[in-house]
Unconditional design. Structure first.
Length: 91
């Protein structure tokens, strides 16, 4: 069920644009859009948190790829060590 007190997404996007692109104050944005400055502050904080979460998720994906590559390299090296150990025993 949708929150009947929620603001339209377009309003939030416009508030973020006014803050980031035009550098307006929270109070000025709130007055212009008919919302409290605290609401604008909450939207900005949430947007920053979402951006941070996106960066963190990207870092986790990159680190997981790196771990897989390192695990594969380790397996190759273990096989190479075993191969050369057998070769030296045969001599």
């Amino acid at each position: 069920m949708e929150n009947p007190f929620a603001y339209p997404e377009e309003l939030r996007v416009e508030a973020l644009r006014l803050f980031r692109e035009e550098g307006k104050s929270l109070r000025a944005i709130g007055a212009q859009l008919g919302v409290s400055h605290q609401t604008v502050r909450n939207w900005i904080r949430q947007d920053e948190q979402n951006a941070s979460d996106d960066v963190s998720a990207q870092e986790v994906r990159q680190l997981r790829r790196r771990v897989r590559a390192l695990e594969q390299e380790r397996e190759i090296l273990k096989k190479a060590v075993a191969f050369f150990a057998r070769e030296s025993e045969d001599r």
